[in-house]
Design a protein around this ligand. Structure first.
Ligand code: SF4
Ligand code: SF4
Length: 332
């Protein structure tokens, strides 16, 4: 049976989750209704039922525990367990914010040759599949329109997580938004647009609590799944323009140690890029996901000067700048 390409599979999960992100409030799958003062989950009202328990302090405590703390602890534990075992897989494969990051990255690369305005150097024009992408200023317009469009979608969808969705969509379609609804949408659209254009991956790296907690759980498990570099074939990199680094949406260097990959989202783009590079030599990718003992080796490397996996060696080994000027691996 033919293998489904990794990035194709990921596009499907991302698209499906984006649809769920938009449709969860109108379908009453999940939302918090400010007018009712409680959550709605799969069509059921999820409340602490404090009013009905006010006759006894014990009942109030039980209700807070049963309907408040317990579900939160169970959901958070499950989420953190997944991150502990497989890393920030939610970010790379499902998160609707990360999907937008990747779309705008791609457009920005077409417009100016860089995935972000803060990147010092342009990326090599040759892609992993040997296609040449020459920056074209005409792509700035679609970049701007896409950022604006997603910012608007995000602002509307977020509002539907807080207020009755049909009221919001009805008011929007008939241009009858209340003053507060219009202010929220306007302010949120501007804020998201600025974030999408200027601070996309920076938010994911440093600003997103969901991402940071997943990273912390992942770092705590030295046997967790991680992208590993086949060091025995490191010489193969000399004919490559660091394609794996170039494609990383988090601007990481996938051939490095786990502790420098704190914000890796397990998107596998580095693996796919290396697969494309190596297929021209009829070789396998040098980057693979590993877990268990293999992961432990790169998670807890020996730190002595003579150790085979020291930082110094690592830097020298992977610096291929002399073959490809302008593609030096630098810490971004
Ligand atoms: S290091 Fe690889 S898997 Fe991790 S975020 Fe970058 S491209 Fe994705
Ligand atoms: S691992 Fe080496 S060969 Fe593979 S994409 Fe990265 S630099 Fe190129």
């Amino acid at each position: 049976m033919k293998k489904v390409p990794l990035q194709y599979l990921r596009s499907i999960t991302q698209a499906a989750f984006f649809v769920l992100f938009i449709t969860a409030p109108p379908l009453n799958i999940f939302r918090y209704d400010l007018t009712l003062g409680h959550f709605i989950l799969f069509g059921h009202h999820w409340s602490l039922y404090i009013d009905s328990a006010l006759n006894s302090q014990t009942n109030v405590a039980i209700n807070v525990l049963l309907y408040g703390l317990l579900p939160v602890i169970v959901i958070a534990s499950g989420f953190l367990f997944i991150a502990w075992r497989w890393g920030r897989i939610y970010c790379g494969w499902f998160c609707p914010h990360f999907s937008v990051i990747e779309i705008i990255n791609r457009l920005m690369i077409r417009a100016c040759g860089k995935p972000s305005l803060w990147e010092k150097k342009s990326l090599p024009q040759q892609q992993a599949d040997r296609q040449i992408l020459t920056p074209d200023k005409r792509y700035w317009l679609p970049t701007l329109i896409t950022a604006l469009l997603f910012a608007f979608i995000w602002s509307v969808v977020l509002l539907t997580y807080l207020l009755p969705p049909f009221e919001i969509y009805n008011n929007l379609i008939h241009a009858q938004l209340t003053r507060n609804q219009a202010i929220f949408m306007g302010a949120a659209s501007i804020a998201f647009c600025i974030e999408f254009l200027f601070a996309r991956h920076l938010f994911c790296r440093y600003g997103c609590a969901v991402g940071v907690f997943q990273s912390l759980a992942w770092m705590a498990n030295r046997k967790a799944m991680v992208v590993n570099f086949d060091r025995s074939r490191a010489k193969s990199c000399k004919d490559c323009n660091n394609a794996c680094d170039n494609v990383c949406p988090m601007r990481l260097q996938p051939r490095t140690l786990k502790r420098k990959m704190f914000s890796c989202t397990q998107c596998g783009q580095c693996i796919s890029a290396c697969t494309q590079v190596q297929q021209f030599y009829h070789e396998e990718t040098l980057l693979h996901w590993v877990d268990g003992e293999a992961a432990e080796k790169i998670s807890a490397p020996p730190v002595s000067r003579n150790a085979p996996f020291s930082n110094k060696q690592n830097t020298n080994l992977y610096n291929t700048s002399k073959h490809h000027p302008g593609s030096t691996i630098t810490q971004r």
